[in-house]
Design a protein around this ligand. Structure first.
Ligand SMILES: [Zn+2]
Length: 108
């Protein structure tokens, strides 16, 4: 299954995961963009031999993803796909707050 990003028909802002309304212009009209690759920003190895990373989609959306079957490096372009098995645990998204703020909230 491909990774699908929404693009707002009003202002062209892109969203992942899906939204019902654009946070910038309040439009409810979106078109789907199929994304085939992403760039690895950061990654870490976690228990169980898994690797989790921060990836950038279309140069503007950051998402967390399980990095499977590759030995990642920062800046590496990788193919991406979503699977039903990974969809529930393969990425996470905290809307509306910066990553550094989210980290502070989870460590307090
Ligand atoms: Zn918009």
């Amino acid at each position: 299954m491909s990774v699908v990003v929404q693009e707002c028909s009003g202002c062209r802002r892109k969203f992942f995961p899906r939204r019902l309304l654009c946070g910038d212009c309040d439009s409810a009209a979106f078109r789907d963009l199929v994304v085939a690759d992403a760039v690895v920003e950061e990654f870490t190895h976690v228990s169980g031999g898994r690797c989790l990373g921060s990836i950038r989609l279309l140069g503007e959306i950051t998402a967390m993803a399980a990095l499977i079957g590759i030995e990642p490096e920062r800046g590496m372009s990788i193919p991406v796909r979503a699977s039903d098995a990974e969809a529930s645990s393969g990425y996470a998204f905290i809307p509306g707050i910066a990553a550094s703020e989210a980290f502070e909230r989870t460590t307090q």
